[in-house]
Write a protein that binds this ligand. Structure first.
Ligand SMILES: Cc1cc2nc3c(=O)[nH]c(=O)nc-3n(C[C@H](O)[C@H](O)[C@H](O)COP(=O)(O)O)c2cc1C
Length: 407
């Protein structure tokens, strides 16, 4: 019913074919239309739409289905074929850099048109479903090559928000499209400058510079297994991988072993939006952040992925909060799983708590509604715990409700 309704177009542009939609089992491949022959023009007058069943959750159902309907409708209207020459002509008119962007539009136009159909029919519900679908691990959703006809996930969400804003102007599109951009420091300053300028030109509202993980995490058994060379890493085109030596022998990448505090001063001049530093675990480093013009600190141990003997973020929060003394926001993440964990962080002076894997687990299990549910659960747990502690407002949550010193 939904697919048939979504296919209808007033104005007599086409006779909508009969639609058969079915769920397929199996791993999360891209949605495929099994047959899309035009009515009367091919062997089959029926459009068959096959949707992997893991997409059939919450907003993902409607957005996936109507996206596929959009492909079928675009085929009936020859939309993609009619847009291609216009895109090509535009590509030839613009300069070198813009040309690359328009070449991507050429490559992605079929997907963009299908998303447009979905956004036009479903509004924000389509984009929310898309957020769920594109947030699946990339390997399940897209072919990892430069020739992928699907825009990369966040670009796809951005395009979908822009389409939505054009069709149904509302603040919600800006909120959904708002992004912070994360930067791993780049030793090649030109590359770093380019990344920062591009993210800001794309409208990101803050830059987060991740300073931990200067070396990849050292997991002993894994390193022991790999010591001496991993044949799969053989350089392409050469018969034998070059012998590993120095830090490379221990899988320590030298690409990040150069970080300095002056680097923050350098990029500060390029960054026009707030600059946050992520991966701070000591009061001394927090003080240095203040000296180097940082606008916000993220107390993080990278989700415990850098060193298994690193401190927990709750352990170091108090000294960092004391050093910062309210001058800039202190945010934290790594290991927050329950509302009570969040309450402890707020009590110890964090301004906000970020969630990493919990959101991805919820997304993997139940799609976008799973993340919604997760947030509701955490909020309820936080409210319950705050109530039990006799705190009616966020502002009244203070260090006196947690015990930090144990005999
Ligand atoms: C698979 C994976 C990849 C990550 N990649 C990055 C990254 O590229 N940059 C970054 O700043 N943090 C990265 N992180 C760390 C997260 O941003 C975040 O600090 C951490 O997951 C928070 O801990 P939690 O997952 O326990 O909530 C990654 C975490 C995971 C699990």
């Amino acid at each position: 019913m939904l697919a048939t309704d979504a296919m209808r177009l007033s104005g007599g542009f086409f006779d909508a074919p009969a639609l058969i939609c079915y769920l397929a089992r199996g791993p999360g491949a891209a949605i495929r239309r099994a047959r899309t022959r035009l009515p009367g023009g091919g062997e089959n007058p029926v459009a068959l739409i096959r949707v992997p069943r893991e997409r059939m959750v919450g907003h993902g159902i409607a957005s996936s289905l109507v996206h596929e309907v959009g492909h079928q409708a675009a085929a009936l209207l020859s939309l993609v074929e009619s847009l291609r020459p216009a895109l090509l002509a535009h590509q030839q008119r613009v300069g070198q850099r813009a040309r690359a962007a328009w070449a991507s539009w050429q490559l992605w136009i079929s997907e963009i048109v299908a998303d447009l159909w979905s956004v036009a029919r479903l509004g924000i519900g389509s984009t929310l479903g898309l957020v769920g679908v594109v947030s699946l691990p990339r390997w399940f959703v897209f072919r990892p090559s430069g020739a992928d006809p699907h825009p990369i996930p966040w670009i796809r969400v951005q395009i979908s928000c822009a389409l939505g804003n054009a069709l149904y102007p509302d603040r919600q599109w800006d909120q959904l499209a708002e992004l912070w951009s994360q930067l791993y420091p780049q030793q090649d300053r030109n590359v770093g400058r380019q990344i920062l300028e591009q993210s800001q030109a794309a409208g990101c509202t803050a830059i987060v510079v991740t300073v931990d993980q200067q070396a990849p995490f050292y997991e002993r058994t894994q390193q022991n297994r790999n010591l001496g060379g991993n044949p799969r890493r053989a350089a392409r085109g050469s018969a034998e991988a070059p012998p590993l030596k120095g830090p490379g022998l221990y899988r320590v990448s030298t690409g990040r072993l150069w970080y300095t505090w002056q680097y923050l001063d350098e990029i500060r001049t390029i960054i026009k939006v707030p600059m946050l530093v992520k991966g701070i675990l000591t009061a001394d480093d927090a003080r240095l952040c203040l000296e180097h013009g940082v606008d916000g600190i993220i107390v993080s141990n990278h989700g415990g992925r850098s060193m298994d003997y690193g401190p927990s973020t709750l352990e170091v929060l108090p000294e960092i909060v004391a050093a910062v003394n309210g001058r800039i926001p202190v945010i934290t993440d790594s290991g927050y799983r329950r509302g009570t964990d969040i309450l402890k962080a707020l009590a110890l002076g964090a301004d906000a708590v970020m969630l990493g894997r919990t959101t991805r687990w919820a997304l993997g299990a139940f799609g976008a509604p799973g993340v919604q549910r997760l947030l509701e659960m955490l909020q309820q747990e936080l409210v319950d715990a705050a109530t039990a502690a006799g705190r009616a407002t966020l502002a009244s949550i203070d260090a006196s409700i947690v015990k930090t010193r144990f005999p």
